[in-house]
Each structure stands twice: as structure tokens, then as C-alpha cells.
Design a protein around this ligand. Structure first.
Ligand SMILES: [Zn+2]
Ligand SMILES: [Zn+2]
Length: 286
């Protein structure tokens, strides 16, 4: 057992069949090897009726990860049922605590809320991470790459929609925690200080529902000097006492636990004192 771990669990991970590379069992074995006490798998659960009509969709098909997108909740739930059955089989045999999660994209519509309820009732996930990989702008779903390649006015409009959506998602209190809050930084969007007021509004809403946030260490592998979220946002989170956990967003075995030491130091330097245990985050006791 590795007693020097800054966090003895990892819950934000992806596997084969969705957009990960390795099988769940290989991810579990690697987590055990690293000394983690608990491990969770949180594949994408992205449902929107117009998802296949978006610009990015053909690229997803070409690269073979279109299975993470569904046009209906029925379709997404049908993909998760055999996945969770496989996880259940593994969890009976392995000697590490395995949790069944999902990384769900939030959309602010009555259909989405109904679908969310049904997903919880039918799949009983142990936890749900909130993500916003897409926004609806000018009659179409857009992702961060669309934001990155847009003209300044459209990019700014999209980023405002993005932050409003994060605030709205945060205040629902439906999620265990918020993933990669400032994801548009992936394409260099939103770094300027003028965005601080939008970020602060979202943090206030997240704090109001007592939802946690993650420090997503994949940012370090994208030649960003900071993970997601930035120091600017983490300082706001610290001031509002928003609880924090470390997330590797591992899509393969080699990325499990990546940069956790570095991220913990970074968080402390931003004034974060409240780190969650696995029990805290799953039981929402924070
Ligand atoms: Zn994500
Ligand atoms: Zn992820």
C-alpha cells in the first residue's frame, strides 16, 4: 500500500467501448497497483436529439468514438446497461472498491431533466459528474473546437452561453461534482480577466447548491501551465468554501492518478483547504 498518495481514489475515468482505450478490468488492476483504495469508472453519457447533426459528429465517427453520443435517453441507457453489468461482474471479483459512475452532459431543457430522472431510476449510478462539452448556439450544437475557430464576436457569445450553462448546472444540485469547469481553455478560449465575472457567477451558483468541483489534471498534459480550473477560479472556489477533489480523467491505464501531487500543491497555493474523501464525494457529505 502506497501511503504517500495525496488522494487514495480516482473516480473520473473512461474505458473501451466509449472513448477510452483500456478495458475496465485493466483500469481497475492499474488503480490497485498504484495503491488506490477505491476506483470509479465514469464514461460519457451525452444525450441531445440533434447530436448527430453537429459539425463534430462525422469526426467522432471517423475516429471511432461516436458511441459516447446518443440522440435519446433510451439509447444512452441501453448502452450503459451491459456496461454496468460488466462492472458488476468485475466488482464481485476484485479486491478494490469499484464504483459505477458517469460523466453526464447537462442541457437545460424539460426533456433533459426528465431523462436525468429516468437515468437515475433505471441505472442507479453511484455518482454523476456534470460536464458541458457542448453549447447550443445559432441553431446548432457546438463544442470547444467550434468556439476556438469562431470569429471573436461568436466566440465571446458562445463563451457567455457556456458560463451561464455551468452556473445553471451548478445550481441544480443534481451532480456529485462539476468536471473541468473552464474547458474552453483547452483551445485557448476564456483566459482574459474580463471572464472573471462570469466565472464568479458560476462559482456562486455551484457553492449555493453545495456541489463540489474537480481539479482535472489532464490540463497538464495539454501543455497548459494550469489544470482545469485555473488559479483564478480556484481562488474564487476557496473563498466560497467549495469542496475539491482531484480527477485524472484517465482514458487509458497510464493516466490514472496523473499529476495528483502537482495538483494538490497547486490547490493549496490557491487557498483550497477542503479536499474530499471518496466517502464524502459519494455520500455528498461536504
Ligand atoms: Zn470531459
Ligand atoms: Zn472525462
Amino acid at each position: 500500500m502506497n501511503s504517500s498518495l495525496v488522494q487514495d481514489y480516482s473516480l473520473h475515468t473512461h474505458t473501451i467501448g466509449f472513448d477510452g482505450i483500456n478495458a475496465p478490468i485493466d483500469m481497475v488492476l492499474r488503480a490497485k497497483e498504484l495503491g488506490f483504495k477505491s476506483f470509479g469508472i465514469s464514461n460519457h453519457f451525452i444525450v441531445h436529439p440533434e447530436i448527430t447533426q453537429s459539425k463534430f459528429y462525422p469526426h467522432a465517427v471517423l475516429r471511432g468514438y461516436d458511441s459516447i453520443y446518443s440522440s435519446s435517453f433510451d439509447e444512452a441507457i441501453a448502452k450503459f446497461k451491459p456496461h454496468y453489468t460488466e462492472l458488476r461482474r468485475i466488482s464481485e471479483k476484485c479486491d478494490i472498491k469499484l464504483y459505477f459512475g458517469m460523466e453526464m452532459d447537462f442541457f437545460d431543457s424539460p426533456d433533459w431533466f426528465r431523462g436525468f430522472e429516468r437515468t437515475v431510476t433505471e441505472l442507479h449510478p453511484d455518482y454523476i459528474i456534470c460536464a458541458s462539452h457542448f453549447i447550443y448556439y445559432n441553431g446548432m450544437l457546438r463544442n470547444v473546437y467550434d468556439m476556438g475557430s469562431a470569429d471573436k464576436k461568436s466566440r465571446d457569445d458562445m463563451l457567455k452561453i457556456y458560463w451561464d450553462k455551468m452556473a445553471r448546472a451548478g445550481e441544480t444540485g443534481l451532480f456529485n461534482w462539476m468536471a473541468h469547469l473552464d474547458l474552453p481553455r483547452k483551445v485557448g478560449v476564456g483566459n482574459e480577466d474580463c471572464w472573471a465575472e462570469y466565472e464568479r457567477y458560476a462559482i456562486d451558483k455551484i457553492a449555493s447548491s453545495k456541489t463540489a468541483i474537480e481539479i482535472n489534471t489532464s490540463g497538464y498534459d495539454r501543455s497548459l501551465t494550469e489544470p482545469y480550473p485555473s488559479a483564478r477560479i480556484l481562488k474564487m472556489a476557496a473563498a466560497k468554501n467549495v469542496p475539491v477533489l482531484l480527477a485524472d480523467d484517465a482514458h487509458c491505464v497510464d493516466k490514472i492518478g496523473r499529476h495528483f501531487d502537482c495538483a494538490a500543491e497547486f490547490a493549496k497555493s490557491c487557498g483550497i483547504t477542503k479536499f474530499l474523501t471518496c466517502g464524502n464525494i459519494l455520500g455528498k457529505t461536504y
